[in-house]
Design a protein. Structure first.
Lengths: 150, 572
């Protein structure tokens, strides 16, 4: 077993733990690299294509290294109704990023998610898990500037 | 006046998003010897962060929109008048709090606190009965599945109970896929023991040996609380059901809406791609790894302890003929008091939206229930009673409990496009009609919202929708066209305006709208010019429609409200 992924041993080898294993990789490395796929395939004794099949099925798994600050824009129903498309546009203008991308400097990555669970505070986004509610353009620009200055 | 005995701070996800953790830390630092307890949701999302001061005499004072400042925290400690929160009287009158009785009132991860509030009384009573009698109690209650389908819960239990097998599997569906719903999250975060108690009762009644909770990975706090609660259950040996010990395992979903469907969920539990399969065999015949398997929703399980504690007949006193008990709704969208509400079955839609939610009667045009599988109901029909059967006659469904209020300034075509955008991406791709048909429908709606639609597009939508419903294997494809069918039924004129007049009456669809400055109101302050990210506003305060991206930045920046969205071609 590739040493770098020896922590996989904490989940059982049965194939029903495949998703759990991939979740562990992602929470440790932030994404699932080609190397990781090879290590997972070996560990569960499954073909690599099967791993890729599972990865591509579930929206949670990332195949690209995320930025230092992971922006999750909510596009759940409540946020959509309350103007999340505008928030997307503002982020695009500020950072020139589209969902699924990481900025060239590696600072920000962007994804859209369906409902962060605080619909009553819509529109909402989160950066590295911290939620920002009732976004306005001014507020959003300020938040991004703060992260850029960090 | 009485003194403060305990301070409760709502620190569920919603509270945390509004800064409740900072409030709690500050309270702890300044409350001296008064215990400060983190609790779940009280359901008044719009007033988060919330603090409840429980007094020695048993009464309590609630504070809303509490700021994380010494001043506001000290005001609470002194039981000051400022910032006191009152439950809107209309809401108090119409809500019926049963399932959520302990939400926000007990410490979610304090076992003794739950027990002190009659927790596990239902399980105790069940264990003193024969398993068949427990199933009968649930049948008597009339409880129906809260996950959207509305299947009678007692009947489902009797199917699994009748099976003979070395292992029987029980699953709690905590995938909560509707992207505008948070009832299940809130219940699991606030009173995890109640959900688990329901599962244990079900396991005893049906003879299940292994229990799974399939929870969205996006709900870390719910998962954390459930894990702690499961450990406490094992410590107190409550997982010992008469003749056997049962195991409870949490599995995290990985972000696929279709995994809320029973057979897809089981495939995902087995570690595979979550693709639905044909039924029969039904899971109760052959499910997880071939074992008889039964799936119920979080809220369904949350009702069970009450039924066993008070008796099925007592429970059945609430609700209507065909729909018993209460229902939780996640109220959001265009209204004054968004939040989590619990209402008796049979209440009217209007009572929920206007009286409880405080929505503006002059502005509301529809409400969407059932999320992407449901439909919209126009305001003219708000006197409909909310139960499984009445909503169906209007082309909507009760769904799992997402309820989105839509005002006149939202476009119904765009709303339908949004739901189709979601479902066509979430289709697992197995059925051609679902995969290809939904994509075509989505593209058609996209064209109409861009002002490029034709009359034929409307015929196409009406023609393909029933074909997708008929040709799809699982509930995703069978229901995904519903938002389009419902908007076509009630808001066909909006579609026609987009197509014939290139008009979006809600002024939402960007392709048909431009921004304009009213020079009579403008005071030439220049704020709009500075706020525009693409320099579309010139020195004479004219907006160049070719440059403008309709991002609304200037509109928000203008202190005089001199900037409007208008139809292309309309001059003010
Ligand atoms: C596409 C799709 C998504 C679903 N998502 C959920 C869900 O997130 N939560 C849920 O409890 N049921 C969901 N269901 C319904 C479940 O398949 C199932 O009917 C339900 O969990 C049964 O529990 P109940 O009888 O207690 O309602 C979904 C169904 C479909 C077709
Ligand atoms: S109806 Fe759609 S989501 Fe359901 S199985 Fe078929 S392709 Fe998959
Ligand atoms: S912000 Fe408003 S008032 Fe100020 S210049 Fe622009 S349009 Fe005029
Ligand atoms: S829809 Fe955005 S938080 Fe729920
Ligand atoms: S109060 Fe928790 S869901 Fe809003």
């Amino acid at each position: 077993m590739d040493n770098a992924y020896s922590y996989l041993e904490s989940v059982g080898k049965e194939p029903s733990n495949l998703i759990k294993g991939l979740q562990l990789i992602q929470s440790t490395e932030g994404y699932v690299s080609d190397d990781a796929i090879r290590a997972v395939a070996k560990y569960f004794s499954l073909p690599e294509v099967e791993i890729e099949g599972v990865l591509s099925f579930y929206a949670q798994f990332k195949r690209v290294k995320p930025g230092k600050y992971k922006i999750a824009l909510c596009d759940g129903t409540a946020c959509h109704i309350k103007g999340s498309p505008l928030v997307h546009e503002w982020v695009r203008q500020e950072l020139n990023l589209s969902p699924g991308e990481t900025s060239a400097d590696g600072l920000f990555s962007l994804e859209t998610v369906a409902c962060l669970g605080c619909c009553s505070l819509a529109p909402v986004m989160s950066i590295n898990g911290r939620a920002y509610a009732k976004l306005t353009r001014k507020g959003l620009v300020k938040i991004i500037k703060e992260y850029q200055a960090k | 006046m009485s003194t403060i005995k305990t301070l409760r701070v709502g620190v569920a996800s919603c509270g945390i998003a509004s800064g409740a953790e900072d409030v709690m830390a500050l309270l702890k630092a300044r409350a001296n010897s008064i215990p400060v307890v983190g609790v779940g949701c009280l359901g008044y999302c719009y007033a988060e962060p919330m603090v409840e001061a429980v007094l020695e005499d048993g009464s309590s004072v609630i504070y809303g929109n509490v700021e994380a400042t010494e001043k506001s925290v000290d005001n609470i400690l002194a039981l000051g008048e400022a910032g006191r929160f009152e439950v809107p009287p209309e809401r108090k009158k119409r809500e019926k709090i049963m399932v959520l009785a302990l939400a926000g009132r007990v410490d979610p991860v304090d076992f003794d606190d739950y027990v002190a509030h009659k927790g596990y009384d239902g399980l105790k009573r069940a264990l003193a009965m024969a398993p068949e009698a427990v199933v009968n109690e649930v049948l008597t209650s009339g409880l129906r599945g809260r996950g959207g389908g509305g299947f009678p819960t007692g009947r489902k239990w009797s199917f699994l109970a009748a099976k003979k097998a070395e292992e029987k599997i029980l699953i709690c569906n905590a995938d909560e896929g509707d992207p505008g719903a948070f009832m299940d999250r809130s219940l699991m975060e606030s009173v995890p023991h109640q959900v688990l108690e329901g599962m244990l009762i079900a396991a005893y009644a049906t003879g299940a040996t292994k229990l799974f909770i399939y929870c969205r990975a996006e709900y870390p706090l719910a998962i954390k609380h459930l894990k702690i609660a499961i450990q406490q259950i094992c410590d107190h040996k409550l997982n010992h059901l008469g003749d056997r010990d049962v195991e409870i395992v949490i599995k995290e979903g990985a972000g696929a809406f279709v995994c809320g469907e029973e057979t897809a969920l089981i495939a995902s539990l087995e570690g595979q791609r979550g693709t639905p399969r044909f039924r029969p065999p039904f899971p109760t015949d052959s499910g997880y790894k071939g074992y008889p398997t039964m799936i119920n929703n979080v809220e369904t399980y949350g009702n069970v302890p009450l039924i066993l504690r008070d008796g099925g007949a007592e429970y059945a006193k609430v609700g209507t003929e065909g729909s018993k008990g209460t229902k939780l709704f996640a109220l959001a969208g265009d209204l004054k008091y968004p939040g989590l509400v619990e209402v008796p079955m049979g209440i009217t839609l209007g009572e929920i939206v206007f009286d409880i939610g405080g929505a503006d009667r002059t502005k509301v045009k529809a409400v969407q229930t059932g999320g992407p599988s449901g439909g919209c109901i126009p305001v003219e029909n708000f006197d409909v009673p909310v139960d499984y059967d009445s909503l169906k006659t209007l082309g909507a469904i009760m769904g799992s409990g997402g309820m989105i209020v839509i005002n006149n300034d939202r476009c119904m075509v765009e709303t339908a496009r949004y739901f189709l955008d979601f479902t066509h991406r979430e289709s697992c791709g197995k059925c051609t009609f679902c995969r290809v048909g939904m994509t075509r429908m989505y593209e058609t709606l996209e064209r109409i919202t861009k002002g490029q639609g034709t009359e034929e597009d409307l015929d196409f939508l009406a023609d393909i929708a029933p074909k997708i419903k008929a040709g799809a294997l699982c509930g995703l494809g069978q229901t995904a066209p519903n938002p389009v069918l419902a908007t076509l039924r009630y808001f066909r004129h909006e579609y026609e305006e987009h197509i014939r007049e290139h008009k979006c009456r809600a002024l939402q669809c960007n392709a048909m709208v431009k921004l304009q400055i009213d020079h009579d109101k403008c005071v030439k302050c220049g704020l709009c010019v500075r706020s525009c990210p693409v320099q579309a506003i010139n020195a004479d305060f004219e907006i160049d429609p070719a440059k403008c991206t309709r991002c609304n930045s200037c509109l928000d920046a203008c202190p005089k409200k001199a900037i409007y969205r208008v139809h292309n071609g309309d001059e003010k």
